[in-house]
Each structure stands twice: as C-alpha cells, then as structure tokens.
Design a protein around this ligand. Sequence first.
Ligand SMILES: [Fe+2]
Ligand SMILES: [Fe+2]
Length: 146
Amino acid sequence: MSTIVDFLGSDHRACDDLFASAEVAVAQKNWDSARSLFERFQTAMAHHLAMEEEVLFPAFEARTGMSSGPTQVMRMEHEQMRGLLQEMASAVTSADENRYLGLSETLNMLMQQHNLKEENMLYPMSDQVLGGERDGLIRSMEAIAP
Ligand SMILES: [Fe+2]
Ligand SMILES: [Fe+2]
C-alpha cells in the first residue's frame, strides 16, 4: 500500500498533466480537443477534491481534533478553484482564448501553492497521524466515483 503523500501527490501530477494539455490545445485554438481535454481536467479535479473533502479531511479532523485548522484553509481554496474552473468552462465553451488563458494562469498559481502546502504539510501529517487507518482511507478514496 502507498502513502497519502504518494497516492494524492501522484494524482496532483495527473491533474497537472491534463491542465497543461488543455492549455496547449486552447493556445493552438484547437477547440474540439481543448473542450474534451478541459472536460477531462475538470472531472479529474472534481474527483481529487472529493477524495480530500469526503475522505481525507474528515479523517484528519477526527484524528487531530483540528477542524478549523489546515483543512479549513484547504476547503476554502478548493472553492476558489471550483469558481475558476466554472469560469474556464464558460471560456472554453465560447472559444474565448484570452479569457481562458488569463483564468488558467490564476488557477495554476493557486493550484501549485495549494498542492505544495498539501504535499509538504497536510499529507505528511496525515501519514503520521492516521497510522493504521491509512490503507483503508486510500481504498475509500479509490472507491469514490470519478
Ligand atoms: Fe486540496
Ligand atoms: Fe490535493
């Protein structure tokens, strides 16, 4: 079984790859491909955020008693990401390259800072405090529908 750091860290990488592919397609104004890549990116992000909000964060909060700490900040940043994703969806639908690329730059900055905080703090802390629960939690995250 892997660690939370490995499992969710590699999912960050998978989301980043889709983000980059969608952005290339938009920059090339290859709209059919941009729309389908963006849709895959948005689905992958929704799945990632759900794994954290529905499984990891509640377990972390229960184990540490910290419900207004780091997980609350992460939840707030997830909401900002969802807002940007929605605006990007409308930009890709209306084939608005400039709007999409402006939004994607903002999302990328937010996402990279967020992911670093998770990979350097929240995930390692989770691996530490969750102990024996960890394998079961990873299975529960895998079971969340994409
Ligand atoms: Fe997150
Ligand atoms: Fe994450």
